[in-house]
Write a protein that binds this ligand. Sequence first.
Ligand code: FES
Length: 134
Amino acid sequence: MYNEKVLEVFANPKHVGVIENPDGDGTVGNATCGDIMRITLKIENDIIVDAKFQTFGCTAAIATSSTATDMIIGKTVDQALEVTNAKVVEELQGLPPQKMHCSVLAEEAIQEAIKDYKAKKNNQQSVSKETRFV
Ligand code: FES
């Protein structure tokens, strides 16, 4: 069912784990199959310097998690938001049609992690502004 590239990434996934004290942390799930994906990010000056994932899911979910984290390292957060599930699937040279929905988890987990990063950053900025005026 899966091509060789997908099976190879599934057998040797990169960036597995959780970053301690991440700058961005996103967890998403697929209500239909029950699979869950968490992506944690280390970000410096809006550039993703490290990304790790934990996925409870199928072969496609794990292969897309590994590929998606690999694709966003070194990118700015805004560039990472452009890493869609279609681009991840392209990088994997395709997924079976019935497995396309699994790749959406990776895109959503990245978006959630970046949303978390931006929220934390905004909070820090408002705290530092408050501090300045006290
Ligand atoms: Fe649930 Fe693949 S079957 S993510």
